[in-house]
Design a protein around this ligand. Structure first.
Ligand code: PSV
Ligand code: MN
Length: 429
């Protein structure tokens, strides 16, 4: 069952068919001159998918305020319905990543069924020990998995085990662990002991992982702890993943680094260590801004994908990163932002496929810096939109997801049936 009338997609696609065919054939000719078969690129792009964050379909906020949009999802079933719209129109977001206990449900098998109806499956499940829940005995104000108090650590471990249990009912294959643990004052925390406590706790969670599951460790430089964070960088994350074992890997959220850090190089290092779990894609200008993927620095997103495509091209053993979006939409319709961001990731992937890897290798070997960088620019500057549109058309998605979505009146329709949320609450998500 789909939320957008399929005839609308058919009609709109038909209206732009002739123009699309001209653009596609023109790009095909251009690429052929560069020795690239457009059909092969299309086939590869068709395999690309990125998971939606369930929390992303609600309107986000800042520490100061939240301005709710119309027709916000009221519960996890609404979230699945909205995610279904994103996937129906783009066909590039086949999975959803849940966040517990933000997502609550009395019958997970019913939710699984609802997701199947929306042609969605479940990606990694996220635990939350960075905020207190109303029914919780002990507070995470001073940390969770690394807390000084063993009982608080036990509570946080228990929550992660409960998440694995929910994930198993949904068909997830990974648990993503991000903790806000850290300190706000020099001297507040014994760095090494806090890290050891984190390792001890995560080892207990690791032991409970089903055989075919993975544990994704997500690092973050700062926030909510602003002086130090227990898993603050990829080095700490890698140390933890190595200590835990093969099923533990490092997840890179693009917003979790200091400005100007060379994230694509971090990606290359984690690939070399066989420890790249995957990504939370978003964009940022100053910190963990959670802006739409590729909205500020599309070239950086491309450079990340360049590393990924290179690793796949070179056949790095066990290379199979998970792709997810993790963004906060404060001023846009979340469905629109998620569609554009998912397509932006797909675009970066397509552009990275166009890099002439033989020529790049030669340029690198001969230290021809300018030629090497021009080869990347040549790929990045190629307008791959006709490729993306071709893939969408062939999969029954909307040729132009944004205009089709706006024409569908979906937002206005759900705004009539969903209650308006209060506008006073603040909060990042
Ligand atoms: C933390 O900033 C983070 O990136 C983690 O992935 C959380 O689970 C998510 O954001 C919550 O919004
Ligand atoms: Mn994240």
């Amino acid at each position: 069952m789909t939320a957008i009338h399929s005839q609308l997609i058919v009609d709109k696609n038909k209206a732009s068919q002739a123009a699309f065919e001209r653009d596609f054939s023109h790009l095909g000719e251009q690429l052929a001159r560069r020795g690239i078969q457009i059909d092969q690129v299309c086939a590869q792009v068709a395999t690309f998918g990125v998971a939606l964050p369930s929390w992303g379909v609600g309107t986000g906020g800042t520490r100061f305020a939240r301005f709710p949009g119309l027709g916000e999802p009221q519960h996890v079933f609404d979230k699945i319905q909205d995610c279904g719209v994103v996937h129906q129109l783009t066909r590039v977001t086949p999975t959803v990543s849940l966040h517990i206990p933000w997502d609550t449900c009395s019958d997970w098998s019913e939710l699984r069924g609802a997701a199947q109806n929306a042609q969605l499956q479940f990606d990694a499940i996220n635990s939350n020990t960075f905020s207190d829940q109303t029914d919780q005995t002990r507070s995470y104000k001073f940390g969770s998995l690394s807390h000084t108090d063993p009982a608080t650590r036990a509570q946080a471990i228990e929550h992660n085990l409960a998440c694995i249990d929910i994930g198993m009912q949904l068909g997830s294959k990974a648990l993503t662990v991000w903790v806000g643990d850290g300190s706000n004052f020099p001297g507040q925390q014994h760095f090494r002991r806090a890290f050891d406590r984190y390792l001890e706790s995560t080892a207990q969670i690791y032991q409970a992982l089903p055989d075919d599951w993975q544990m994704f460790l997500e690092h973050k430089l700062c926030e909510p702890a602003f002086y130090s964070t227990v898993i603050q960088d990829w080095g700490s994350s890698l140390m933890a993943a190595n200590a835990l074992g093969n099923k533990a890997q490092c997840l890179v959220d693009l917003g979790h680094h200091a400005p100007n850090v060379n994230i694509e190089m971090i990606v290359a290092r984690l690939i070399a260590a066989h420890k790249l779990a995957g990504f939370h894609f978003n964009d940022s200008k100053y910190g963990d801004d959670d802006l739409d993927a590729g909205s500020v620095s599309p070239y950086r997103l491309f450079l990340v994908f360049n590393e990924l495509v290179a690793a796949a091209h070179e056949g790095v053993a066990g290379f199979n990163p998970a792709y997810m979006l993790d963004q906060s939409h404060n001023v846009t319709d979340p469905i629109e932002s998620l569609m554009c961001s998912a397509i932006q990731c797909q675009r970066s992937y397509a552009q990275a496929l166009l890099v002439n890897r033989i020529a790049l290798d030669e340029a690198q070997q001969s230290n021809d810096a300018l030629r090497a960088t021009q080869l990347l620019k040549e790929a990045f500057q190629t307008d791959v939109d006709p490729i993306l549109e071709h893939v969408r058309r062939s999969q029954g998605a909307a040729a132009d997801p944004l205009s089709t979505y706006r024409a569908s009146g979906y937002r206005q329709s759900v705004a009539r049936s969903r209650k308006r949320s209060p506008s006073t609450a603040s909060g990042i998500v």
